[in-house]
Design a protein. Structure first.
Length: 373
């Protein structure tokens, strides 16, 4: 019996695990030359070799025989592009594709929330001004009926308005999120880096900025130089700041410029201390000396990555995939084993996407015993 094998699936699994051919060769006890030939389709691995590859990559064996699936993805935007590497971007992009595959699957059975966003811009990024960004952020708030105060649960709000959000197994301090469009539906994949709820919310607002501001960008890495890449990130950050902290209401709220005040403001606005101080400085609500002093306090206290009170508010989690799976299971349209077989994905990746356990309870029933009279 001939074993099915798709060389593209092997490459995808290897890249998702962040391994070079040499590293995979060492983990699988196969030669680098053999792996290169497998990925090129020059030779086909025998059953024993596929088992070695599956064990090394921690993928189901049948994943390597799956045919190519065309995912209609738009431009992919990476949060923290400057700090990330090609390897990290590829690892998360493939996870994004896996989430997209799951999205297309559930879309066949379930009607997802209608996309409700302002018309995305279709102009060159150098033509996008802060005034345009602020206006678009205000339009989004108005369309979503958010008022001008803090947003209670940004993840729920975005999902209710048709933006699909998923979590992944990707661990990296250098990358927070990626986003794209699947058949014009925005999809955001979050990195599992133990981020605070404040940082996650800013990441989501940042990706929303890309979705609305940068519709004209076909490929981020086709941009001519770092000037435009940095501008892209700056504009998304500006959108996030305008969206999470509307100028007028934030100005009215700010009555002091002390660190203690910003710590209290963090729990009110659900935005990081660093983002609050940045916003106050942009609005000229702080003197130069105040701003420098606050920045020194952040550095002195090592608050660049983790701030006080990060754990005082519960983390936000997406619910679309989990809810959809529950509906499919309740309607007996699919089983968890069906999803495992159809997708061919590792169980831990399915569990991250659907936010539920895929390990079935196989506990044997307890025998019923009784005394004989």
């Amino acid at each position: 019996m001939e074993v099915k094998f798709n060389p593209n699936q092997l490459k995808k699994a290897r890249l998702m695990r962040g391994l070079s051919m040499t590293e995979l060769a060492a983990k699988s006890s196969l030669s680098r030359e053999s792996i290169s030939k497998y990925e090129l389709g020059a030779t086909k691995p025998r059953g024993e070799s596929i088992l070695k590859l599956a064990n090394a990559l921690k993928f189901p064996v049948y994943f390597f025989g799956k045919p190519d699936i065309v995912i209609p993805m738009g431009t992919v935007f990476f949060r923290s592009q400057a700090a990330s590497t090609n390897k990290l971007r590829e690892m998360q992009k493939i996870r994004l594709e896996m989430a997209a595959q799951s999205l297309l699957y559930i879309s066949k059975y379930i009607k997802l929330p209608q996309l409700k966003i302002p018309e995305p811009l279709n102009i060159k990024i150098e033509k996008i001004t802060p005034e345009i960004i602020q206006r678009l952020a205000s339009q989004t708030r108005k369309m979503w009926q958010l008022g001008n105060g803090p947003i209670k649960n940004l993840t729920n709000v975005m999902e209710a308005n048709g933006i699909i959000i998923t979590e992944t197994t990707m661990h990296s301090e250098k990358m927070d999120a990626v986003s794209t469009r699947i058949n014009d539906v925005p999809l955001i994949a979050l990195t599992d880096n133990n981020e605070s709820v404040m940082r996650r919310r800013f990441n989501l607002a940042h990706e929303l900025g890309h979705i609305l501001l940068h519709n004209s960008v076909e490929n981020v890495f086709d941009l001519n130089n770092n000037k435009y890449k940095n501008l892209l990130e700056k504009q998304a950050n500006q959108f996030a700041s305008y969206f999470l902290l509307p100028d007028e209401s934030f100005t009215d709220y700010l009555v002091a410029g002390s660190m203690n005040f910003f710590r209290q403001a963090k729990l009110y606005w659900n935005v990081s201390i660093a983002a609050l101080i940045y916003k106050a400085n942009v609005l000229h609500l702080l003197s130069e000396n105040q701003y420098i002093y606050l920045q020194k306090q952040i550095s002195k206290n090592h608050w660049r990555k983790h701030e006080p009170d990060d754990n005082k508010l519960p983390q936000e989690h997406p619910s679309i995939f989990k809810t959809a799976l529950g509906m499919l299971l309740d309607a007996n349209l699919v089983t968890k084993q069906d999803l495992i077989s159809i997708s061919g994905l590792p169980i831990e990746e399915l569990e991250a996407i659907y936010r539920t356990s895929f390990i079935e309870d196989n506990t044997s029933p307890t025998p019923y015993l009784r005394l004989v009279k």
